[in-house]
Design a protein around this ligand. Structure first.
Ligand code: ADP
Ligand code: MG
Length: 234
């Protein structure tokens, strides 16, 4: 049961309150809610970019809020993240953007990194763009670089914060297809935050609806969509 507030001009503003969720390995779990509902705060607690005020976050049975600094660094490699505005380094090449998280670990040789980048480029179908600058790519291609970078250290979970919100419908569809095939082929758990119903309907097996920092409804997407019990979901 996690909660988190922000201090704004000395006043405590609750962002998420008493959130209790269980996500199983291999699920594509959607969290949907309006702007300001607390979605980004919630997803950022899962790699401790935001630390909850209270509550535990159990990943494979261990509470990540109690990890030491070094343990947390290792854990973060197992929790890749993608963003609405991609967060690429525009003046670096596609290959170097994907290489970056590998380099940070200090654990791989140049040859190992080259090979891994090649595999990831194949996976996201950008092999021929390896030496282009990230800034030269179209939006959907940028997000595919974002996905490859997030997968570089072979995470157990992929955290997606509005990853398709800046993309047009066709490109959104392509990125969602890619996430779905990664989920199937790698068995990767995906936690996906969105304000778009279509995204949840298309790829999420499970969904939770968040409103004003609280989960108001959660379950299998089909049940929640066909028999919504809360006014917000309806
Ligand atoms: P969402 O991603 O659903 O739009 P957020 O998690 O970004 O929601 O925000 C939840 C609430 O917390 C909002 O009221 C927002 O204004 C507030 N908030 C988010 N980040 C900060 C911050 N860094 N400082 C102060 N308030 C914040
Ligand atoms: Mg947000």
């Amino acid at each position: 049961h996690i909660s988190k507030h922000y201090l704004v001009d000395g006043k405590a503003i609750p962002a998420i309150t008493d959130i209790n969720l269980r996500i199983e390995q291999g699920e594509i779990f959607g969290i949907i809610g309006a702007s300001g509902a607390g979605k980004s705060t919630l997803i950022r607690t899962l790699n401790l970019l935001e630390r909850p005020d209270s509550g535990r976050i159990l990943v494979d049975g261990s509470d990540i809020t109690r990890l030491s600094k070094t343990e947390l660094q290792a854990y973060r490699r197992k929790a890749g993240m993608i963003f609405q505005h991609f967060n690429l380094i525009g003046a670096k090449t596609v290959g170097d953007n994907i290489r970056f998280p590998l380099k940070l670990t200090g654990e791989y040789s140049d040859a190992e990194m080259d090979a891994r980048v090649g595999e990831l480029l194949d996976l996201v179908e950008l092999t021929e763009h390896r030496d282009k600058y990230a800034a030269q790519l179209a939006g959907g291609q940028k997000q595919r670089v974002g996905i490859a970078r997030a997968l570089a250290t072979a995470p157990r979970v992929l955290l997606s914060d509005e990853a398709t919100s800046a993309l047009d419908p066709d490109t959104t569809r392509q990125v969602l297809d890619l996430l779905q095939s990664i989920n199937r082929e790698l068995g990767l758990t995906i936690l996906l935050i969105t304000h778009e119903m279509g995204v949840v309907r298309d790829i999420c097996s499970h969904v939770a609806v968040i409103e004003a920092g609280r989960i108001v409804e959660a379950g299998e997407t089909y049940s929640v969509f066909s028999r919504p019990t809360h006014a917000t979901t309806r």
